[in-house]
Design a protein around this ligand. Structure first.
Ligand SMILES: C[S@@+](CC[C@H](N)C(=O)[O-])C[C@H]1O[C@@H](n2cnc3c(N)ncnc32)[C@H](O)[C@@H]1O
Length: 280
């Protein structure tokens, strides 16, 4: 990991956590700094210059929104389990009450890197102890039955919040549908999904074109069709779920009193959705 000049898809997780660490007051992620490293810092300097300098704040606000949504659902909706799909190096378990059960799922290379680091930081009291389970899975493979069994064994019948942020962009529609079908099999009435994605219209923006050019230089995938965008209807029309909340970078900036610096065309505006499972 982190030994060549190019960046792999799973290494984008370092980038996300480094963005979160740059404005802790906004992100509320006081542990994101632990993942900082020289290769990512160099990559980020270039990325902010060539793609969009607003990217630190879009990632901070995303973390803030989901953190507060999860906390609220723990407090008022009886959520006991957080399941983070494509968790990367996010640090929600340590920002939440210690009673919460956490399941983090990502590619093996991420899990193999993250787990021992977390255990080491817990041993040295840098991080508090938490009920945390890591599962290594690639969503592009046939993983569903085994993963469902593993999750059920940990979660039992407890209420859960499923989070998927910063991931759908890298998946195709079939992989996405498979994941949301799995969420439906995992969840019971009242359970929540939190999802982040880009809308189709973003592909026309200058910021997106710059992102593609930059990824073309640095990441294996290069065509716009390689990166998934998602329509609102995907969330509005999900069988068994109702859309509870829909935000984006602009609305969250108002909520959390953040002053936007760039014009719209230069911002990678991400959309954030909360879905609740209805009675079937
Ligand atoms: C941009 S990072 C976001 C990480 C984290 N959700 C966050 O917001 O900090 C994208 C994550 O998706 C994971 N990912 C991408 N494709 C995946 C796949 N096919 N199977 C499992 N994980 C995948 C990557 O390994 C990486 O950790």
């Amino acid at each position: 990991m982190l030994d060549s000049n190019n960046i792999e898809i799973h290494e984008t997780a370092f980038v996300t956590s480094t963005f979160r660490a740059t404005d802790v007051i906004l992100s509320k992620d006081v542990f994101a700094y632990l993942w900082r490293n020289p290769k990512t810092e160099k990559w980020i300097r270039e990325y902010l210059k060539k793609v969009s300098s607003e990217e630190t704040f879009t990632h901070c606000l995303r973390n803030r929104y989901f953190l507060e949504s999860i906390k609220e659902n723990i407090g008022t909706n009886g959520i006991e389990v957080l399941i983070n799909f494509g968790a990367g190096f996010s640090m929600y378990p340590f920002l939440l009450d210690k009673k919460t059960i956490n399941i983090e799922i990502d590619k093996w290379e991420v899990v193999e890197y993250k787990k021992p680091k977390i255990e080491q930081w817990q041993k040295t009291n840098v991080l508090p102890k938490r009920n945390l389970h890591f599962i290594g899975v690639d969503f592009s493979t046939a993983y569903k039955d085994a993963l469902l069994t593993t999750i059920k064994a940990i979660k039992g019948n407890k209420k859960c919040f499923i989070l998927i942020e910063g991931v759908l962009f890298f998946l195709d529609r079939e992989e996405t549908d498979n994941l949301f079908d799995l969420f439906n099999s995992i969840q019971n009435t009242g359970d929540i999904i939190g999802s982040a994605s880009f809308q189709d219209e973003l592909k026309e923006s200058l910021a997106f074109k710059r992102l593609l050019r930059f990824f073309g230089e640095k990441v294996a995938k290069t065509k716009a069709s390689d990166y998934q965008t998602v329509k609102d209807e995907f969330y509005q029309r999900r069988a068994n779920y109702s859309l509870m909340d829909h935000q984006d970078y602009f609305s969250l900036s108002k909520t959390y009193n953040h002053k936007i610096r760039l014009q719209k065309e230069l911002i990678l505006n991400e959309n954030f959705y909360l879905l609740q499972k209805m009675k079937s």
